[in-house]
Design a protein around this ligand. Sequence first.
Ligand code: DTR
Ligand code: CA
Ligand code: ZN
Ligand code: ZN
Length: 322
Amino acid sequence: MPLHPTSIRPRLATAALLTAAALVAAGATPLAAGAAPAPAAPALAAPDIPVASVKAHLTQLQSIATANGGNRAHGRPGYKASLDYVKGKLDAAGFTTSVKQFTSGGRTGYNLVADWPGGDTNQVVMAGAHLDSVTAGPGINDNGSGSAAILEAALTVSRTQFKPAKHLRFAWWGAEELGMVGSRNYVNSLSVTDRSRIDGYLNFDMVGSPNPGYFVYDDDPALEQVFKDYYGGLGVPTEIETEGDGRSDHAPFKSAGIPVGGLFSGADYRKTAAQAQKWGGTAGKAFDACYHSACDTSANIDTTALDRNSDAIAYALWELAQ
Ligand code: DTR
Ligand code: CA
Ligand code: ZN
Ligand code: ZN
């Protein structure tokens, strides 16, 4: 049984029931007499994601920006160098990677999709983050943070040789800052059947804001709940994400009828006094005062928020995919 009653697409349970019913209708015995059903493998607890490893990826993304005119924007050399960095790590860890090229604004962009071999490809659990920055700066919180967090989650899948029942897929999107171009391109490229195979898409766009809030997308009840469970266990209160509805790469998935969820630590909105009470930080100041600016550097990260959100990502993947 799924952990949560209002689960994302409970197709497995439905399929199992239909199969059993069909067997009974055909006069077959679903189980040999006396044979006990194979016990379900015990669910593995999610691993801790080392925040130092996530920060090491951010250091690399910062260096890439510095070496390429100060940004990692769509159509600029810093974007492709970022993609090559992430792809190199995933290839070495045993992922099946694919780079899809597209054109936007007369410049070439790329999505990177990484599949972890195994699991039921009719039940895909997907995590994504945009890898492009704006041209104004290196984009370390927006969105090196989400990119590095899901990269380290993927590398942890490999390190632990996680063998989930469902199929895991990770994606790094190009040209989000031009209007979710890469993710829209990807969703448009999928057949109706391939779309229906995605049980859930989790989006991580800004998860290390320097004056952080803890926001959970409320688009799908089961995906929302898994993050609330994680934060409930930490004793950290969360709020529903309202700042970015439709403003990131989950939007094309949602429009296509795919359940979406995600985390967000805040952009240019200001933290209220009530939020500073429960989360700490500075009331009256933006969650990320360097949003879309040159100062969105590796100094523009709250390590605690990055750590919690990285661990929450692993928790959600391990819960949803087993
Ligand atoms: N990260 C911003 C877009 C954005 C603003 N608020 C939210 C909330 C949730 C996700 C994304 C956003 C950007 O890419 O510019
Ligand atoms: Ca951690
Ligand atoms: Zn942005
Ligand atoms: Zn962003």
